[in-house]
Design a protein around this ligand. Structure first.
Ligand SMILES: C[S@@+](CC[C@H](N)C(=O)[O-])C[C@H]1O[C@@H](n2cnc3c(N)ncnc32)[C@H](O)[C@@H]1O
Length: 304
């Protein structure tokens, strides 16, 4: 059996390292930018049993390669609830959004005239649209590209605004993340000693705490507080200890969205250690993924 994966272009090496570490029975088989397959050497690999890759935006069972002439005949051999066609060459996509539990036949053009077919199931915490990318547009008024990652994180986790929810955001300047959250109805308390965008500052649902997070005390932060968002460019040991400090101050925080810079400094093992730390902090469900707009970062999501 072969496994196919869709990966952010530029993160192929991280994905291969992750697979080697977590699934030693899988060996690298084929690669194009954004698309990698692996061979199962054990003969008993179960893709539905806790198979989970941070650096794969999608993964499933590979049904092999074909070309333009044979494509439609090959597609008609397989039945799935939805068929997603997308091209890594042109970026074009087609196909209905899948519902959780449905099967998806991915038909991927990896280079001109070369197509790969694969089957996967739409699980919670997975991309369910063709191209495994919601392809969001950055609003002109957004102060930064962080808008994209926050909006993608809410889609990937299927987190819907539940009404009257307050967010404490660490590292909020210049304000793309806040822009996304305010747009959805959340009330945001943003912590950052850097300059915030004027438009965000004028939004009555936003309050700026213009301090480094280490200086912020109990009296400064909202009560109740439901969600913690952290996008701070400091050493992970510092941001992690601050997440813990704020969670101790507000045990009502039920969900955290946390950006972890990986770059060349953070290894896969360290991402996995972060997941363990989140579990120790009391989050029952902890997930990590590289969002479509992430370059050298991963998103950690924890919920109680
Ligand atoms: C990647 S940027 C955040 C982008 C932001 N989330 C947005 O939506 O535009 C990282 C931010 O962390 C802030 N930062 C760094 N150290 C900090 C600290 N100790 N406390 C609070 N913010 C800090 C920086 O000032 C910077 O604005």
């Amino acid at each position: 059996m072969f496994i196919y994966t869709i990966v952010n272009i530029g993160s192929e090496k991280s994905l291969k390292e992750e697979v080697a570490l977590k699934y030693p029975d899988l060996s690298f088989a084929y690669s194009r930018p954004g698309y990698i397959t692996f061979k199962d050497n054990s003969g008993k690999f179960d893709i539905n049993s806790k198979f989970n890759l941070i650096f794969a935006r999608a993964c499933g069972i590979s049904l092999g390669r074909t070309n333009s002439e044979k494509l439609e005949a090959e597609v008609s051999k397989h039945s799935a609830d939805v068929t997603h066609r997308f091209s890594l060459v042109t970026g074009e996509t087609s196909g209905e959004v899948a519902q959780v539990g449905q099967t998806i036949l991915d038909v991927v053009e990896v280079k001109e005239g070369e197509f790969w077919l694969g089957m996967r199931t739409a699980h919670p915490y997975s991309w369910k649209m063709a191209g495994v990318n919601p392809k969001l547009t950055l609003p002109e008024a957004s102060p930064s590209r962080a808008y994209l990652k926050m909006s993608e994180a809410l889609i990937w986790t299927d987190y819907k605004f539940r009404g009257e929810e307050t967010i404490l955001e660490l590292g909020c300047a210049p304000g793309g993340t806040s822009y996304s959250l305010l747009e959805k109805g959340f009330k945001v308390f943003g912590v950052d000693n850097a300059l915030m965008n004027e438009g965000i500052l004028n939004n009555p649902m936003f309050k700026h705490i213009k301090e480094p997070m280490q200086k912020v005390q109990d009296a400064d932060i909202p009560r109740p507080c439901h969600i913690l968002v952290s996008d701070v460019n400091v050493l992970p040991s510092l941001s992690l200890s601050q997440v813990k400090r704020f969670m101790d101050m507000r045990p009502g925080i039920h969900t955290v969205f946390y950006t972890l810079e990986i770059g060349s400094k953070i290894s896969i093992e360290e991402v996995l250690k972060h997941i363990d730390s989140f579990k120790r902090f009391g989050f029952k469900e902890v997930r990590a993924t590289q969002l479509p707009s992430n370059k050298s970062e991963v998103l950690l999501y924890g919920t109680k």
